[in-house]
Design a protein around this ligand. Structure first.
Ligand SMILES: Nc1ncnc2c1ncn2[C@@H]1O[C@H](COP(=O)(O)OP(=O)(O)OP(=O)(O)O)[C@@H](O)[C@H]1O
Length: 275
């Protein structure tokens, strides 16, 4: 089996910190985005006038305490949640102006999603799981692109296996390849390493890093883990539904330092996930 190389040694960025991404157009952006859940006594302002842009070819991490709005931001940007006010854009398209049908098509054709739970179909093989979204969309898979992804994910020898025959890390690699199979404009990953041991997590992060660096993909990932965040080009910090800071070219120690500063200044704890 071909396993991904250099997976345990942390991120490497031979191209230097994201020079290209800084000048690239936005793959996704929030503009003055507010999201309110519920009403009356159950009313929760999950996002309050958030404006942020994620550039094409960028690997961004979103961090923040539990309940700070990370998943809500991802869901609004991916068109899985509606916005209460403001806009969520994929490229230049304002999702708040689309009909349900248009939104479904945009999500299907331009957005990939990786969840903490892998959400593979147990009765299908790896190969079938990877191709499923394309098949359902009536699209012909680009075999060369799929081969590139499968090779990058080290799944070449596993294509005929079913999910139960794979480790958690391998299953999540399948989920990543599935999310990337249709060459989406952007991939959103919500705690993709949350269910994995540190070695498997490193493999997933290296795969995402490589897809950004070598294949030009755009990835926005929610994480609680400073080491995971250090694989990104940029970390955006949320607290209480607002963006409070960002860090470029982060190292784990820098991310940790920033988290401790927020703990001290805001009286909140970032330690809601694995330390
Ligand atoms: N469907 C919902 N209905 C009501 N409130 C919600 C809903 N989804 C999220 N919330 C609330 O919105 C706020 C932000 O939630 P969100 O899940 O985005 O935070 P998070 O930063 O991703 O948290 P965690 O790290 O714990 O996953 C929280 O107060 C949460 O309880």
């Amino acid at each position: 089996m071909t396993e991904p190389q250099s997976l345990a040694g942390g991120p490497s960025r031979p191209g230097g910190p994201r020079a290209a991404a800084n000048h690239a157009p936005a793959a996704a952006s929030a503009v003055d985005l507010t999201k309110v859940h519920g009403s009356g006594d159950a009313r929760v302002v999950a996002l309050e006038r958030v404006s942020v842009s994620f550039r094409e070819g960028e690997f961004a991490a979103i961090m923040g305490p539990s309940g700070s709005g990370k998943s809500t931001l991802l869901q609004c940007l991916a068109g899985l949640e509606s916005c209460t006010s403001g806009a969520a854009r994929i490229g230049d398209t304002d999702l708040t102006r689309l009909s349900d049908g248009q939104l479904t098509r945009l999500r299907r054709d331009h957005v990939g999603f990786v969840f903490q739970a892998f959400h593979l179909i147990p009765t299908l093989t790896v190969s079938e799981n990877i191709a499923l979204p394309l098949t359902l969309a009536g699209r012909t898979p680009d075999r060369q692109w799929l081969d590139t992804l499968v090779e990058a994910a080290g799944l070449g020898a596993r294509l005929g296996h079913r999910p139960a025959q794979l480790s958690g890390g391998q299953q999540q690699r399948v989920a990543c390849v599935r999310a990337l199979a249709g060459r989406p404009r952007i991939v959103f990953a919500d705690e993709p390493t949350g269910n994995l041991d540190s070695r498997s997590a490193a493999e997933i992060l290296a795969l995402l890093r490589r897809c950004v660096r070598e294949l030009g993909q755009t990835v926005v990932m929610v994480t609680h883990d400073p080491v995971a965040a250090s694989y990104a080009d940029r970390v955006v910090f949320l607290a209480d539904g607002r963006i409070v800071d960002e860090l470029l070219g982060p190292t784990p120690d820098q991310v940790l330092g920033r988290m401790r500063t927020f703990d001290a200044n805001l009286g909140i704890s970032y330690w809601s996930g694995p330390a």
